[in-house]
Design a protein. Structure first.
Length: 138
């Protein structure tokens, strides 16, 4: 939750040229020199293969949850025919992956994919295609 804020702070310090152990090193003349880590690398949101975070949502130009998934984690929806994931929105079963096209990006807090073996604990049954869980902002 705070990793994006910390990365932004480090990036801001680096962009301003303020001395920082991770953002610059000083030469013998006392002038700051750039290190190999760029500001762009520092501010890039962390990604998980199983989740799309709110920070990542801000990096794509999409209007629906389906478009976001296709851009960031196409493997969530590209499955073997007959094993389509079930979509849950805030804990309630909502249907198939076509449901994602009805969810606007502005209301999404997180999109998470659960493998079939993980679905039994949270959703009471094994879904052969897994589950896509959409958590909205409240």
């Amino acid at each position: 939750m705070y990793s994006g804020s910390i990365a932004l702070t480090i990036a801001t310090v680096a962009a301003l040229g303020v001395g920082c152990a991770h953002g610059s090193r000083h030469t013998s003349s006392g002038v700051a020199a750039e290190t190999r880590t760029s500001v762009e690398e520092t501010t890039r949101p962390r990604s998980s293969s199983q989740a799309i975070t709110i920070e990542e949502l801000a990096t794509v130009s999409a209007t629906t949850a389906y478009e976001v998934v296709l851009q960031l984690r196409p493997g969530f929806v590209r499955r073997i025919p007959g094993t389509e994931p079930v979509v849950y929105i805030d804990g309630l079963a909502a249907g198939s992956t076509s449901t994602l096209s009805m969810i606007p990006v502005r209301v999404i807090a997180e999109i998470r994919y659960m493998r079939p073996s993980e679905t039994m604990v949270d959703h009471g049954s094994v879904h052969p295609g897994g589950v896509i869980v959409v958590r909205t902002r409240r």
